[in-house]
Write a protein that binds this ligand. Structure first.
Ligand code: NAD
Ligand code: FES
Length: 296
């Protein structure tokens, strides 16, 4: 059992939990994820890691209520426990293994959208802890939906906040800020990391392609079981078929076929859609997730 040390609501339907998981805390790196389960027969929920304290053995997760399982999770309080807390899974962010001297000469831009701010934070914090200041753009629908502002302010070199409705700092989408920084303020970036809703990542990538900034995205939103078994997270990257949970979750955003991924994500939501995917992709969509019937 994995004890919840702290449970806090950050915004409407968005929760943060500090969980006692010493082995995961010791081994995890930015970009990786965990799978949590509230009960033996419960759904496996893949969540990117938001923070970790190796000394205290604590891993921080942030999640949004999107269905029955996350609704159930949101009711857990400090002192309650998760049945399973498996990880770290996936591959760490590429820069973690880069030569530090080379990395120090790179100017990095992070673009975080909504709940995607949570997986961006450990990356920016890691860089700060290694003496590298990154520029960070955080976008939220409204001021009330902005999360982790204080932590991000501490970790970022420069923090640019924008809200869709203009209720805080400035009005506009994250892409407006990217364009502003590059075209009006003359900033140069060697690499951009964009994490947020699929539609945001798609439009950030279209823009950074135009601006010639290599861009990494996190395809965590299309994962279902997170174990490489269900096939839900299949996506096309360039001319290759990849699985977000085992090959990612981070990929070259300029090569990801977002339209296909978003269409698959929609289809996966219905029984009919899952049956269609199974028919078309039988070889890889082989079940195991408990949703698709592929393992019956
Ligand atoms: P949201 O809809 O509030 O969007 C966040 C920001 O993204 C907006 O404020 C805006 O600046 C930007 N954005 C949205 N649409 C855009 C567009 N068309 N063009 C340019 N910018 C745009 O975000 P939310 O409600 O917090 O998003 C929830 C989604 O985030 C869920 O679908 C979840 O799966 C996903 N998510 C992704 C990751 C990941 O690893 N990629 C992690 C956590 C959550
Ligand atoms: Fe990747 Fe199921 S989430 S195969």
């Amino acid at each position: 059992m994995y004890k919840i040390i702290k449970a806090e609501q950050l915004a409407d339907k968005i929760y943060l939990m500090d969980v006692e998981a010493p082995r995961v805390a010791r081994a995890c790196e930015p970009g990786e994820f965990v799978i949590v389960k509230t009960a033996e027969a419960g759904e496996r929920i893949p969540l990117t890691i938001c923070d970790y304290d190796r000394d205290k053995g604590i891993v921080t997760i942030v999640f949004q209520i999107v269905g029955a399982s996350t609704q159930k999770m949101s009711a857990l309080k400090a002192g309650d426990s998760f049945r399973d807390f498996v990880g770290p899974l996936g591959r760490p962010s590429e820069f973690v293994h880069e030569d530090l001297e080379v990395l120090k000469n790179k100017k990095m831009l992070f673009v975080a959208g909504g709940v995607g701010t949570a997986p961006v934070y450990p990356q920016v914090k890691w860089l700060r802890n290694h003496g590298i200041d990154a520029d960070v753009i955080v976008g939220a629908k409204t001021r009330d939906m902005l999360i982790l502002e204080d932590r991000m302010r501490e970790a970022a070199g420069n923090l640019y906040i924008t809200t869709d409705d203009g209720s805080y700092v400035r009005k506009g989408m994250v892409t407006d800020v990217v364009r502003d920084l590059v075209e009006k303020q003359g900033k140069h970036y060697d690499v951009c990391v964009a994490i947020g809703p699929m539609i945001m990542m798609k439009f950030v990538c279209l823009l950074t392609k135009e601006l010639d900034i290599p861009t990494i995205v996190s395809m965590n939103p299309i994962m279902v079981d997170g174990t490489g078994m269900c096939g839900a997270c299949r996506l096309t990257v360039g001319d290759q078929v990849k699985f977000a949970c085992v090959d990612g979750p981070e990929f070259d955003g300029h090569l990801v076929n977002f339209d296909e991924a978003m269409k698959r994500q929609q289809m996966y939501r219905t029984e009919e859609g899952r049956a269609m995917l199974k028919l078309k992709e039988g070889d890889t969509h082989h079940g195991g997730c408990g949703h698709c019937g592929g393992d019956e």
